[in-house]
Ligand binder design. Structure first.
Ligand SMILES: NC(=O)c1ccc[n+]([C@@H]2O[C@H](COP(=O)([O-])OP(=O)(O)OC[C@H]3O[C@@H](n4cnc5c(N)ncnc54)[C@H](O)[C@@H]3O)[C@@H](O)[C@H]2O)c1
Length: 349
C-alpha cells in the first residue's frame, strides 16, 4: 500500500472522525484486498486523525487470502480471528460497526469454490445481520455490481433501481445470485427488525495490494507485463468496464458505513471512462509510454463464461447521499498500480 494513498483516504473521511473514533469495528474478509486496505487505512486514522483509537476485530478464514493475507501482521488496536463466518462467531467485544466484506470475489475463485461462494454471501450475511441486530450495530454489506448481470445497453450507466439481467444457472450464478439473496436478507432485516444496514455494489476496484494470483484483469495484465509476456485479452476484447481506484472506493465504503441510509444500496465506482479491454491495453501503453503486446485469447476453463458485456455505474445517489466523489483518473490510478506491481509481482503466475 502506498503512503500517499493512505493519506488520501484519511483526508476523504476526516469529517466522519467524530462518529468513528473510540468505537469498535468488526471487519469480515479482513485479509482480502479491500479488507487489508481498510485495516491499513484505519491504522493511519488511529495514528493521525482520531482522538481516541478505533479498535478492530478482523475475521477471515483465509480461503482466498493467499500469502499476503496469511501473514500474521496486526497493527495496534487490531486483532485477528481466523474463522469461517458461515459458522457461529463468539466475540469478546460488541461491535458498533460491521464492515461485512467477506466473500469470494474473483471469478477464478468462485469457479473453484461455488458452494463456499454462495454460503458466505447467504449464511455468512445472515449471521452478520443477526449479530448486528443483537449488538444494535450499523452494518455495511458488500454486494457487487455483478448483481446487475448482463445489462440491457439502454440501462447503462446503471442506476441502483435497475433490476438486472441475471441467470440463476451457469458458472457465475453462485456469485451474482447469492449476492442478490444477500441483499434480500439485508432488506428483510431492515424491514422486519429495523437493523441499520446499507449495501454497497462495488464496480471493479483496483490498486496496490491486489494479489498477483487474484486473476482479475488488472493483476493478470500486471503479472504478464512483469514477465514481459503478451497480455491475454479474453474473448474479442470489446467487453467494457469502469475501474475505480482503491482510495476512492475505500472512502466511498466508509462514507456508506457511516452515512448510508438504512435499507438502501449504493453503486460505488468511477463512471469515467467506460473502457473496453482493448482500450484498457491502450491506456496501459499511454501510462508506460511504450507499445504493449497482447493476444486475443479464448476464455480458459478456469474462468466462468457468460461475462457481462458492459459495466458502468450511475453514482448520483452516492454523490448526493454520501458525499462520494471519486477523484483518481484512470491513468493516474494505473500509474500507481502498475508501478507498485512492477516492484512486487514476480511474473511467475
Ligand atoms: N474488489 C472489487 O472490485 C469488488 C467488486 C465487487 C464486489 N466486491 C465484494 O467486496 C468484498 C471484498 O472484496 P475483495 O476484493 O477484498 O475480495 P477478496 O477476495 O480479496 O477478499 C475477501 C476475503 O474474504 C475471505 N472469506 C471468504 N469466505 C469467507 C468466510 N466464509 N469466512 C471468513 N472469511 C471469508 C477470503 O479469505 C478473503 O480474504 C467481497 O465480498 C466482494 O464480493 C469487491
Amino acid at each position: 500500500m502506498l503512503d500517499t494513498d493512505l493519506n488520501e483516504i484519511a483526508d476523504g473521511i476526516r469529517d466522519l472522525a467524530p462518529e468513528l473514533e473510540g468505537r469498535h469495528l468488526l471487519l469480515t474478509g479482513g485479509r482480502g484486498f479491500l479488507g487489508r486496505y481498510f485495516t491499513a487505512a484505519l491504522a493511519r486514522l488511529n495514528a493521525d486523525v482520531f482522538a481516541k483509537p478505533m479498535t478492530i476485530d478482523v475475521v477471515d478464514n483465509l480461503i482466498t487470502a493467499g500469502a499476503e493475507g496469511s501473514r500474521d501482521e496486526n497493527p495496534p488496536h487490531t486483532s485477528f480471528i481466523r474463522h469461517d463466518i458461515t459458522q457461529p462467531l463468539e466475540l469478546r467485544r460488541t461491535p458498533d460497526f460491521i464492515l461485512h466484506a467477506a466473500g469470494i470475489a474473483s471469478p477464478f475463485y468462485y469457479r473453484a469454490y461455488p458452494l463456499e461462494t454462495l454460503e458466505v454471501a447467504v449464511t455468512g450475511t445472515r449471521r452478520m445481520l443477526e449479530l448486528a441486530r443483537e449488538a444494535r450495530a450499523r452494518i455495511l454489506f458488500f454486494s457487487s455490481s455483478e448483481i446487475y448481470g448482463d445489462p440491457d445497453p439502454r440501462a447503462v450507466p446503471i442506476l441502483e433501481s435497475y433490476r438486472g439481467n441475471v441467470s440463476c444457472q451457469g458458472p457465475r450464478a453462485c456469485y451474482d445470485e447469492s449476492k442478490r439473496l444477500g441483499e434480500t436478507l439485508c432488506y428483510i432485516f431492515h424491514d422486519r427488525f429495523g437493523v441499520s444496514v446499507s449495501t454497497v455494489r462495488p464496480f471493479n476496484v483496483y490498486g496496490p495490494g491486489m494479489q498477483e494470483s487474484d486473476y482479475r484483469v488488472l493483476p493478470n495484465f500486471a503479472s504478464r507485463l512483469k514477465a514481459r509476456q503478451p497480455l491475454h485479452v479474453y474473448g474479442r476484447g470489446n467487453q467494457t468496464r469502469t475501474f475505480c481506484y482503491v482510495t476512492d472506493a475505500i472512502i466511498g465504503f466508509i462514507r456508506a458505513l457511516v452515512k448510508g441510509v438504512p435499507g438502501e444500496a449504493y453503486n460505488i465506482g468511477n463512471p469515467e471512462p467506460e473502457v473496453s479491454m482493448l482500450d484498457l491495453v491502450k491506456e496501459i501503453e499511454a501510462v508506460l509510454g511504450r507499445p504493449v503486446d497482447y493476444t486475443l485469447a479464448t476464455y480458459p476453463d478456469s474462468y466462468p463464461a457468460d461475462e457481462p458485456q458492459r459495466r458502468c455505474p450511475d453514482i448520483r445517489k452516492a454523490r448526493l447521499q454520501l458525499g462520494y466523489h471519486p477523484r483518481i483518473p484512470l491513468r493516474e490510478g494505473l500509474r500507481r498500480f502498475l508501478g507498485w506491481a512492477d516492484g512486487i509481482y514476480t511474473g511467475k503466475l
